[in-house]
Design a protein around this ligand. Structure first.
Ligand code: BGC
Length: 477
């Protein structure tokens, strides 16, 4: 992976790297579907809850079904991508996304609806692992950081598009079914796009298909550079003996490296425990509770949330290598703590026009999340694990992320009913405080460090080594 301090100039250099950008944009459709298929539920929910006569429990199940599938998808994605290739796995996922979209739209009852949402969830969870992996292994080293960040941007764009589509169909009085069906379009583009791409040089090489690997490389970098990178891949593959999965997990639990796992899994869980998806999935419901008069205005307010999420993510991409991960995390988490507390206070005092106060707080909360835990969790989960254990480490933290997501989404409405609106948001504010302490005391600043320095940091009992070793293994993920 490119050195972190080089991650931004890449964004500029990127414009002369057309093929790589196109390839990354196609794969990032995996992120777009992740965002769309998770975001679409917020506007659809108001309608299918009525159609299916759902209790709060049924509503939570309908919202969370996708997350159960995502946990399974994230857990098996690494193995699928190794066995079938990244490209073929993404094509299979595109078919799952397309079929899931149509079948969910046609679901006659809650049970079938939830079953197909679980299927779509499988696609989302697996795409969350494979799409960034595909981009990382395809991208020229100099622009890899910027290109991989496209995936998180695509997630937020997917959420925004979902909100807009929800808004359009709600305004047209067409209900929830077409909202789900629309996902068939990006799914088809992903499938057709991937069909015309080759697999990644690294996967092809791992299967001994060196000629194809060279051609795939030459498409994104020049011939001479392709030659160098091919040598790097060979060295890196020789270094990576094939260790059974369980031994890799054991290796990550050893003293030293254990801290990398704690940071990865800790950030994964806390990213969800600060309550981001109560807003992403339930925003219209929150706005209705806060006093918005109609479903359409609540969905419109939610769309503003989506726009702010995308724009703030762009800002984060430009800041993350300048201010550093820790600074962004600390500023953003403090922002979330304040805004979550304020939401609780507004619910408690209930001033007139509380809806607009809540909207303002939710927007500031989204800015705070989108410049910190949103992109930085995914970034750190791809850079803190040692080369050989990166797939396993990233997969474990991704599973933890979806499991925590499930826990929060499935309990949110019950928590509102049991604890009341204010206490619910104060609980998330408390989790933000825990996150702040976690980052302050445990999360290292990885800005400007090579991946080898980061690996040495864990192995040396969390001490930075003075002399940076040369970057190795250009195409490891
Ligand atoms: C999180 C998702 C969340 C999204 C919101 C991602 O980083 O993993 O759970 O819905 O950000 O933008």
């Amino acid at each position: 992976m490119a050195q972190p301090q080089r991650r931004l100039e890449p964004a500029a250099a990127a414009f002369s790297r057309g093929p790589a950008i196109l390839i990354a944009a196609i794969a990032a459709l995996g992120g777009l579907l992740f965002g769309y298929d998770t975001g679409v539920i917020s506007g659809a929910e108001l309608f299918f809850t009525k159609d299916f006569h759902l209790s709060p429990g049924g509503e939570e199940l309908a919202v969370s079904g996708v997350l159960i599938g995502a946990i399974v998808g994230a857990a098996v994605a690494g193995q699928l991508a190794d066995a079938f290739g990244r490209r073929r796995t993404l094509i299979i996922l595109a078919i799952i996304f397309a079929a899931g979209a149509i079948l969910t739209a046609l679901a006659p009852n809650l049970a079938i609806f939830v079953a197909f949402r679980i299927v779509i969830g499988f696609g989302i969870g697996a795409a969350a692992v494979v799409a960034p992996m595909f981009i990382a292994e395809m991208a020229p080293p100099a622009i890899r950081g910027a290109l991989v960040s496209f995936d998180q941007l695509a997630i937020t764009i997917g959420i925004l598009v979902a909100y807009l589509v929800d808004l359009a169909f709600a305004a047209a009085g067409m209900g929830w079914r077409p909202m789900f069906a629309v996902a068939v379009i990006p799914a088809a583009v992903l499938g057709i796009g991937m069909f015309f791409l080759s697999d990644t040089p690294r996967w092809l090489a791992s299967k001994g298909r060196w000629e194809e690997s060279r051609r795939a490389l030459e498409r994104v970098v020049g011939g001479a550079q392709a030659e160098t990178e091919l040598r790097e891949i060979r060295t890196s593959l020789e270094r990576e003996e094939t260790v059974p999965w369980i031994n890799r997990v054991r290796e990550l639990l050893r003293p030293g490296l254990r801290w990398a796992l704690i940071v990865g899994v800790g950030l994964a869980i806390l990213q969800q425990f600060v309550g981001i998806n109560t807003v992403i999935y339930y925003a219209p419901t929150i706005f209705l509770i806060a006093g918005f008069k109609s479903a359409s205005t609540a969905i419109l307010a939610t769309t503003v949330v989506g726009v702010v999420n995308v724009l703030s993510t762009v800002v984060a991409i430009f800041l993350v290598d300048r201010l550093g991960r820790r600074a962004l995390l600390l500023i953003g988490i403090a922002g979330m703590m304040v805004t979550l507390t304020a939401i609780g206070v507004v619910f408690a005092i209930g001033p007139n026009k509380a809806g607009y106060f809540i909207l303002a707080c939710v927007l500031l909360y989204i800015v705070s999340f989108a410049i910190s835990m949103g992109p930085v969790f995914w970034l750190m989960s791809s850079e803190i694990f040692p080369n050989k254990l990166r797939g396993t480490g990233a997969s474990l933290s991704t599973v933890a992320n979806w499991a925590a997501n499930l826990l929060v989404s499935i309990t949110f409405l019950s928590l509102l009913h049991a604890a009341g609106n204010s206490l619910t948001f104060w609980i998330y504010a408390f989790m933000a405080l825990v996150t702040l302490l976690f980052v302050w005391f445990i999360v290292p600043e990885t800005k400007g460090k090579t991946l080898e320095q980061i690996e040495a940091y864990w192995r040396n009992g969390r001490q930075w080594v003075a002399a940076p070793p040369a970057e190795k293994g250009l195409l490891h993920r």
